[in-house]
Write a protein that binds this ligand. Structure first.
Ligand SMILES: Nc1ncnc2c1ncn2[C@@H]1O[C@H](COP(=O)(O)OP(=O)(O)O)[C@@H](O)[C@H]1O
Ligand SMILES: [Mg+2]
Length: 365
């Protein structure tokens, strides 16, 4: 796996159960996943020599992020490395403008968007489609970095490679994950509701509690169609907006995703195990939920979070909580871990998971 953050760390955990061990390309020996597996190549994801060294001896190369340049992915493919998902698919997870265009071509609903090269382009878009507008980085954005909201024309563009889209009046944000094998088999988890604060995912409720079965089926159908049309291999996460007019696709990730962490305990097969099965072209696992409700709450760093001190009281306060810590240095608003609680009732499970996270952050002190 290229990249050694928490997604690689949790994928490694799933690999261990299947008698495997991930080989990693890590930027630093203290990356969350590099701390827990011996087979680590150090190097940057945009360094072709490092990628080539790393890929030697890998059965399959897959990813915990989108930072490998397309030309490097193609170079690996040209030297017969099994890159999964492949470069042609990954492009649409890396480049948000290409993604919007491709989905639009496929007739899949997306927010109204336009390329921009100047402030005047943004102003024109706002005049035509209404304010506020959202300007987004074409590449490299995550956790809301790379997303800017404007009520009026900005003084300058927030970055060199951006595009603009309409601000959607959101009813809910949803996500659907599907897995797809190279030989074509697919599985979908039920649609989940995601909650974002300041562009960062803070909570996920699975299955999505406030949408109709028809909308959930719709979301699933969109995700399966995207997976097959773009020839995605592995796990695909589709972020969706529920707008007054129906569903719109927000973005795609072709890897395990924060919206699927609930599946570790909440589903028969976790997204991490499923990603391995899919990229290895092995039989996919059952995606059924194991409880009426699973709530996942992210642990974002507080002002002086000290997990070695707060972990025991958190375990004491919520014994049914599944706590996952990523081995990262605490920093305010940084994703340090997550907590999952299964239950029968959304409000109750959410409260229990939130309580565990509050204690972990040290908010109650
Ligand atoms: N067009 C939009 N209209 C309304 N809200 C948006 C829009 N685009 C993004 N957002 C909000 O910002 C969040 C982050 O945007 P997203 O495109 O998913 O970027 P990131 O890659 O950082 O997750 C979304 O989850 C949503 O809450
Ligand atoms: Mg997003």
């Amino acid at each position: 796996m290229v990249g050694a953050g928490q997604l690689a760390r949790m994928t490694h955990q799933a690999a261990v159960d299947l008698g495997m061990s991930l080989r990693l390309l890590a930027e630093s020996p203290t990356d969350g996943a590099a701390l827990v597996t011996p087979d680590v190549e150090l190097g940057a994801p945009d360094d072709l020599a490092a990628l080539t060294r790393f890929a030697k001896g890998c059965d399959v190369v897959t990813f915990d992020h989108e930072h490998v340049p397309t030309e490097h992915l193609r170079a690996l493919e040209d030297s017969d490395v099994a890159v999964r998902p492949g470069a042609d698919a990954l492009l649409f997870a890396q480049d948000k403008l290409a993604q919007r265009r491709r989905l639009q071509e496929l007739g899949i609903p997306v927010p109204v968007f336009a390329p921009v090269t100047s402030v005047a382009d943004v102003a024109r878009f706002g005049e035509e489609h209404g304010w506020p507008v959202v300007v987004k980085a074409v590449r490299g954005g995550y956790d809301g970095r790379g997303v800017w909201f404007y009520d009026e024309p900005p003084d300058s563009l927030p970055g060199p490679n951006v595009y603009v889209e309409a601000k959607v009046p959101l009813l809910h944000e949803l996500a659907v994950q599907v897995a797809r094998r190279p030989s074509g088999g697919t599985r979908a988890w039920p649609a989940v509701e995601t909650v974002q604060q300041d562009g960062i995912c803070v909570e996920v409720v699975a299955p999505a509690p406030r949408i109709s079965p028809a909308l959930s089926t719709d979301a699933e159908r969109i995700a399966l169609r995207v997976a097959s049309e773009l020839d995605v291999v592995g796990v695909l996460a589709v972020e969706l907006f529920e707008a007054p007019g129906g569903l719109l696709v927000n973005e795609l990730a072709m890897r395990p995703h924060n919206s699927g962490h609930w599946s570790i305990e909440g589903s028969v097969t976790s997204q991490f195990e499923q990603h391995l099965r899919a990229v290895l072209d092995w039989p996919l696992g059952d995606t059924s939920p194991l409880a009426p409700v699973t709530v996942m709450v992210n642990l974002l760093g507080g002002r002086d979070t000290d997990l070695t001190r707060t972990l025991p009281p958190a375990l004491e306060a919520v014994p049914e909580a599944h706590v996952h810590l990523y081995g990262k240095e605490p920093r305010p608003a940084r994703k340090l871990g997550h907590v999952t609680v299964l239950g029968d009732d959304v409000v109750e499970a959410r409260e229990r998971a939130r309580t565990a996270v509050r204690v972990l952050r040290g908010d109650d002190e």
